[in-house]
Structures are given as structure tokens and as C-alpha cells.
Design a protein around this ligand. Sequence first.
Ligand SMILES: Cc1cc2nc3c(=O)[nH]c(=O)nc-3n(C[C@H](O)[C@H](O)[C@H](O)COP(=O)(O)OP(=O)(O)OC[C@H]3O[C@@H](n4cnc5c(N)ncnc54)[C@H](O)[C@@H]3O)c2cc1C
Ligand SMILES: NC(=O)c1ccc[n+]([C@@H]2O[C@H](COP(=O)([O-])OP(=O)(O)OC[C@H]3O[C@@H](n4cnc5c(N)ncnc54)[C@H](O)[C@@H]3O)[C@@H](O)[C@H]2O)c1
Length: 435
Amino acid sequence: MFDYIIIGAGPGGLGLAYRLKTKDNKIAMIENDKWGGTCPNYGCDPTKMMMAVIEAKSHVEHLKGQGISGDLKIDWKGLRSRKLNITDPYEKSTFEGLKNADIETIYGSASFTEQGELQVAGEIYQAKTYIIAAGSRPRRLELDGDEFLKTSNDFLALEELPAKISFMGSGPISLELAQIAKAAGSDVTIISRKKSNVAHFDEEMGQEFINYLKNQGINFIENISVSKVEKFTDGFLLTDGAGFEHKTDLVIAGVGRQPNSDQLNLDKVGVETDHKGIKVNDYLQTSNPKIYAMGDVLSKAEPHLTPVSSFEGNYLGQNLPNANKVPIHYPQIPTIIFGTAKLAEVGILTGTGIRTKSLNLKSWYTYKRINDPLAKLKVAINENQEIVGASTVSSVADEVINLISILIQQKMTLADVEKMIFTYPTVASDLEYFY
Ligand SMILES: Cc1cc2nc3c(=O)[nH]c(=O)nc-3n(C[C@H](O)[C@H](O)[C@H](O)COP(=O)(O)OP(=O)(O)OC[C@H]3O[C@@H](n4cnc5c(N)ncnc54)[C@H](O)[C@@H]3O)c2cc1C
Ligand SMILES: NC(=O)c1ccc[n+]([C@@H]2O[C@H](COP(=O)([O-])OP(=O)(O)OC[C@H]3O[C@@H](n4cnc5c(N)ncnc54)[C@H](O)[C@@H]3O)[C@@H](O)[C@H]2O)c1
């Protein structure tokens, strides 16, 4: 009998395992794919290792003719081997880390039995408490020819990049992978069902971002619902049954992710789910008191991101031994779409007593320094003169939004910021001018 069994060795489950592990308790982790989960193997890390090279080229190009010259070329093989060299060893080191920490590792697909135990590859395992950290997988569309649709996992595994790639859906996965494919030489098209804007982001900043991508040469086809994919010897044909036709060499469906809650026999143990995943209370406990859940497998309002899964792992690591004393309370959660320009947002931008300020930062020295072609910020300030939200687009939006998250979380006013000195000219030295 284990004290805890954790299903899924992604960033959420792993963080939890290390937090819970003491010399007196027995913990097991079950994984049915790569140790480390989506983020290091199929998600954040491989994509951002490739993106960093594309960003480096873009930074140089912005400064061309200003003391720097010469042509740079992105090649897919090089990008791919950089990604593999950095991310491939992670699986082994994660596995060894668990062994060294005396956490039992079980390989296979876990599912619950009617007796409330776990079954993996024909073996039965029991624990006092179970934690489901099973994450999600690419959502598959049901349409005529759906077997020809590839996923983000397939994109990252490509040995050669085809001449023409088309993405269905305009969420973060399509918008990031499209930039990588375009920079590496493919002709790239994003097909969306609605007018292109970026869901969950400020409309104006989202539009700035989309326009930037269009200027980079990414094609956007809007208001089209593809209903059929056909394979021919020279590629694929996408149609909508109403006259739309699009020929391409590869179709990636970036149409959201599906929680891995459907493979666990949760109905046998009374764990409630909906189409978005597992339902939990404020203590991340499911409708079965012995079973908790966390991370991307949850049906929740918070975004499905690595730092959110890790936060929940840390929360459960502290809370589980004390059983439901302190409800989870999420801090500010910044979100981002990476690229040579990045779109990032945090907090709220509308509400009673909130005023917004729109700033074009292009001529500020932080941005002049790197000659950023697009640098805009919308900031929201409440009646107490505290920043409560921001949306921004620039090549350094990742850093800007993290700093603004701190301002919001700490309820810092202009007077607080003015008590500090930052290096200049940087995104931090700009903060006092955002109020
Ligand atoms: C292309 C892409 C890019 C992304 N980029 C970013 C980014 O830049 N920043 C960011 O914050 N987030 C990003 N994400 C999201 C991020 O990867 C996830 O939010 C994060 O990995 C979730 O962690 P998790 O531990 O909840 O689940 P996961 O990482 O999905 O781990 C769950 C694990 O459980 C295993 N599992 C599932 N079912 C079972 C079972 N029945 N038995 C045993 N094991 C099982 C799975 O194999 C998996 O390894 C990206 C995702 C993708 C796909
Ligand atoms: N930078 C980051 O933090 C980052 C990067 C990549 C992915 N992620 C995470 O990965 C997750 C999945 O991303 P995603 O982009 O796949 O999902 P998403 O749900 O954000 O976007 C899906 C897109 O597909 C479209 N769509 C849905 N059904 C469709 C259909 N039938 N036909 C055509 N289009 C359809 C939607 O309108 C939307 O544009 C997100 O939760 C995100 O948090 C994060």
C-alpha cells in the first residue's frame, strides 16, 4: 500500500511527488509515455528552443543597416537537432531523479477498478490517496478525412519541412508553430473558423499581433469551416462544401487539447467530469474524497499552462498532508503567445473605476535600443492607482508581463515603484511610466 500514487509524470505530477516525498512515506508515479510529460517532450520546451533561434535572427534583422550586415538563414535540420540535443535527455534524467529520490516508477496506462484500486499492465496498486495529473492530448476533429490531420506532436517530429504547411485553428499552438515553419522556409497558412483574433487576449493587441504575423508573410484564411480533407499523390485538399478549396502538403490541427480523463475509468470510482476534464473543489479534491486531481486534466477557469500545473502541485504538496485546511488561491496568471513579436496579458482590463492607458512604446529607448518594429501596451489602473491588468505586444513582452504581474500581485503604486532603481534602458526602467 502506497501513501500516494500520482498518475502522470508531467510538470504538475513531478512537482507534487518531490514535495510529498519524505523518508517515511511511500510514493509511486505512473507514466504511460515520456517521463516529464507534455511540456519538456512535446510542448513548451521543444517549441521555445526552436523559437529562440528564430528570435535571434529577427533581432539581428531589426538592426540591419545600423552597423550590422550579412544574411542569416534558418534551417530546419539545425533547429531540429538543437531541440533534440536540449530536450531529449530530459526523459532519462527525470526518470533517474525519481529513482534517486526513492519514488517508485511504474510504466503503463493507469485506470481505476471497481474496487477503487489502480490497474497498470495487469498489476493492481493501492494507495491511501490518489492524485490524477494526467494532462491532455491533442484534440482530434471528426470530419471527412480526419485521419490525414496531423498534430503539434507530429510537427515537432518532422524530419523534413514540407514546402506548404496549413494549420487549422488560430490558438497559441498554431500561432507559434506557424511562425517557426514560416521562418524555416515553408509557405504557411492559418485557417480559422472565425475572423482572426486571438481568443482570451485584448482584441486591439490581438489584432496588432495578427497584423504583425500577416506582415511576416503568414497567410490567414478566415471564416472557413473545413469539412473535408482529401489526400492526393501531391498533397491534401481541404474543402468546406461551399466552394472553398485549399491545397497543401501538410495539415496540422491546432484545435485545442482534450483532457486525458476519459481513459481512467473514472465512472467506476464516482469521479465527476465534464467535456473539459475532471471537476474538483477548492482543495483540488474530486467527488471521490480519496482522489485529487490537478493540472491540464482539470476542468477549470485557469489557463492550462506549465506554471499553473506546477503551482497546483506545490499547493497539493503542502495541503495534502493536512487534508483540506486551506483552499487553493491562484495568484496573477500571465499568458503569452511566443514569437518574434510576443503577445502577453495579465489581470483585468475593464471594470468599474478602471481607466486604461494605451502606449506606443516604439520610440522608448528600451525598444529603440533593439529597433523593435512593434511595441504597444495597454495598461489598466484602478481608483487606488494600482495597475490591475495589462496587454502588450513586442519582442520583449514576456519580460514586461512578468514585471507587471509582480506590480499587480504586490498591489504596487507609482510611489512604490519610484522607491526602486532599475538598470536603464530596460523593460524594468519603463515601469514607472506605465501609471
Ligand atoms: C505545443 C505546445 C506548446 C506549449 N507551450 C507552452 C508554453 O510555452 N508555456 C506553458 O506554460 N505551457 C505550454 N504548453 C502547455 C504545457 O505543456 C502544459 O500546460 C503542461 O505540460 C501541463 O502539465 P501537466 O503536468 O498538467 O500535464 P502533462 O504535462 O500533460 O503530463 C501528464 C502526463 O500524464 C501521462 N498520462 C496520461 N494519462 C495517463 C494514464 N492513464 N496513465 C499513466 N500516465 C498517463 C501523460 O503521458 C503525460 O506525460 C504547451 C503545450 C503544447 C502542446
Ligand atoms: N505560449 C504558451 O503558453 C502556449 C503555447 C502553446 C500552447 N499552449 C497551451 O496549449 C493549449 C492548446 O492550445 P491550442 O492552440 O491547441 O488550443 P486553443 O483551444 O487555445 O485554440 C484552438 C483553436 O482552434 C479553433 N478550433 C476549435 N475547433 C475547431 C474546428 N472544429 N475547426 C477549426 N478550428 C477549430 C479555435 O477556434 C481556436 O482558434 C492551450 O491551453 C494553451 O494554454 C500554451
